[in-house]
Design a protein around this ligand. Structure first.
Ligand SMILES: Cc1cc2nc3c(=O)[nH]c(=O)nc-3n(C[C@H](O)[C@H](O)[C@H](O)COP(=O)(O)O)c2cc1C
Length: 235
């Protein structure tokens, strides 16, 4: 299948067969998700493959026992994080140094600008300070283009979640390329999912995937998309 055929073949499947997915295919699909484009290459994602039967049961329940979760052969939870930037930044910098490509601009970007954007403390003081600075930035913005965030914790979450969603798409595409199906879900109780996985307030559960081989009744409806003209604009 070429890429267009893979994109076209992917559907949200809500009923799966019992067919097992080989471990190496699951690993390949999860690894391919990590190749997604991502902001500043900070890779703020995590993918939890739920293998423990008890935890799987709990996750299914937290997904309101919807069919896509209940019948799934495998379940993967995608998570975005606002607290891994420092570790990942250090790894990126080390890699630049290893390749002898640690230019002053790279140093400035990762060691000065990135902390300014991503640093956030428990009390939210850094976010508050950034929000206060944003008033000044908005005034400067009247005269010239300026970066307008992220300033707040929720804007940071928006940024890392945007990036993680791209990885999620890679994941679903690779599953199709390997002959398997999935259903992305945001119908779950996030608080419970975080508790099951031991995740803290710096994490956001982006999507939960039910994965397997589509049952013959696994696709509920014919695909429907609103007219291109309503959403693709040429100006
Ligand atoms: C972020 C996100 C959340 C979704 N949540 C659910 C869900 O909780 N349950 C479900 O059955 N489908 C869920 N879906 C699947 C959508 O309903 C589906 O993608 C949409 O109807 C289009 O159908 P298609 O994926 O087959 O093209 C979700 C999809 C996305 C991208």
């Amino acid at each position: 299948m070429n890429l267009y055929e893979i994109i076209n073949k992917r559907r949200s499947v809500r009923k799966f067969t019992d067919e097992k997915i080989p471990e190496e295919i699951m690993k390949k699909c999860m690894s391919s998700s990590l190749l997604a484009a991502n902001s500043s290459n900070l890779q703020p994602w995590e993918f939890y493959w739920i293998k423990n039967p008890d935890k799987k049961k709990q996750i299914v329940k937290a997904c309101f026992s919807q069919s896509a979760a209940r019948t799934a052969r495998e379940i993967v939870v995608s998570v975005s994080r606002i607290d891994t930037w420092r570790r990942n930044r250090d790894l990126i910098v080390a890699n630049f140094k290893h390749q002898e490509k640690f230019l002053p601009i790279v140093d400035k970007y990762y060691n000065k600008i990135i902390p300014l954007i991503y640093f956030n403390d428990k009390l939210g003081l850094s976010c508050m300070l950034r929000s206060i600075c944003s008033v000044l930035i908005n005034i400067i913005g009247i005269f010239k283009p300026v970066p307008r965030g992220p300033y707040t914790k929720s804007q940071l979450f928006e940024s890392v979640t945007k990036t993680t969603a791209l990885a999620c798409q890679n994941f679903m595409m690779t599953l199709v390329a390997e002959g398997y199906d999935s259903c992305p879900m945001e119908g779950f109780d996030e608080k419970r999912v975080k508790k099951i996985l031991g995740l803290n307030h710096n994490c956001h559960v982006v999507m939960i995937f039910g994965i397997g081989k589509a049952d013959q009744n696994g696709i509920y409806y014919n695909r429907f998309r609103i007219d291109d003209k309503l959403v693709i604009k040429t100006i």
